[in-house]
Write a protein that binds this ligand. Structure first.
Ligand code: SF4
Length: 62
């Protein structure tokens, strides 16, 4: 899971929908706190991906 900092405008949907996976920096921009998402959190992470207004979140598989 990764966030493109050039696209993120800080709406905060990612860390609201999946707070275990994403968090906000001091300015309200999202960052990934759990790059490798376990199966149990996958559904929440996917919700965040789908609801990011800037489509800034992408899934990176190893
Ligand atoms: S939802 Fe998208 S634009 Fe908003 S903080 Fe998260 S990554 Fe950034």
């Amino acid at each position: 899971m990764q966030i493109d900092p050039d696209r993120c405008t800080g709406h905060g949907r990612c860390y609201s929908l999946a707070p275990d996976v994403f968090d906000s920096d001091d300015s309200g921009y999202g960052f990934v706190r759990m790059p490798e998402v376990p199966e149990s959190l996958r559904e929440h992470a996917m919700l965040a991906v789908q609801n990011c207004p800037e489509q800034a979140i992408s899934i990176v598989d190893d």
